[in-house]
Design a protein around this ligand. Structure first.
Ligand SMILES: Cc1cc2nc3c(=O)[nH]c(=O)nc-3n(C[C@H](O)[C@H](O)[C@H](O)COP(=O)(O)O)c2cc1C
Length: 201
């Protein structure tokens, strides 16, 4: 009997590397997890550009990626401007929020404490309620402003988990490379997985 199902908020922003968000969704939905998904309008455009897929139907993208959705998994998607959605409220209890990828715009907005859309507001709520907030930023190189914003959100309780995949497990495909980051995200939101080997296994 599944008494307490994990609820995770996933946001996809308009930074390059939208495949991180897709692979994360796949990993979550193959488990009995409630996923609340928010894709920013720029995120939709970049996702379409990078995957050649229509972002209106994320499940279609996941099916192309070979998802084996868990029967108890649930995917609920919200518009970025829907500030009435559950993640906008501190009374909505969940296990954490991941923004993958996170643009410098969204990073800066969160660092400034501005809750302009549902992604910013949900992240702001995580920080005030002391719930896990993991940002997967992608930009290169980083300006002083980007670095200061990363410091600010880290001091406020967020985890910066840069989209810099590792090579020491000798990944053979882009998916394997991306999954080195997805595995670290799952570690930080307390989800058991065997997506990649652990070093020393
Ligand atoms: C193809 C493409 C790639 C982009 N890559 C990045 C990126 O890697 N990092 C970043 O911070 N912004 C990137 N941007 C710019 C963001 O999309 C832009 O700042 C946008 O306003 C972010 O909005 P959002 O945070 O609401 O998604 C990219 C834009 C495009 C069109």
């Amino acid at each position: 009997m599944n008494l307490v199902k994990k609820k995770i908020i996933v946001a996809v922003c308009g930074a390059s590397g939208t495949i991180y968000g897709i692979r994360l969704l796949k990993a979550l939905l193959e488990r009995p997890i409630d996923v609340k998904l928010i894709i920013s309008s720029s995120g939709e455009e970049v996702l379409r550009h990078e995957t050649d897929c229509n972002t209106q139907d994320v499940l279609e993208i996941l099916k192309k990626d070979g998802i084996r959705m868990h029967p108890d998994a649930l995917l609920e998607q919200y518009e970025q401007d829907n500030l009435f959605a559950s993640p906008a409220s501190g009374s909505f209890r969940h296990s954490g929020m991941v923004i993958a990828p996170c643009s410098m715009k969204t990073l800066g907005t969160i660092a400034a404490g501005i809750a302009g859309n549902l992604i910013h507001r949900s992240a702001d709520v995580c920080l005030k309620e002391k719930r896990p907030l993991i940002l997967v930023p992608r930009e290169a190189p980083l300006s002083l402003i980007h670095l200061k914003n990363m410091l600010t959100v880290t001091e406020a309780g967020a985890i910066i988990l840069p989209a810099s995949p590792s090579f020491y497990l000798q990944p053979k495909t882009i998916h394997e490379l991306v999954d080195t980051i997805v595995a670290r995200i799952l570690d930080h939101i307390g989800i058991e997985h065997q997506i990649v080997r652990q070093w020393g296994e």
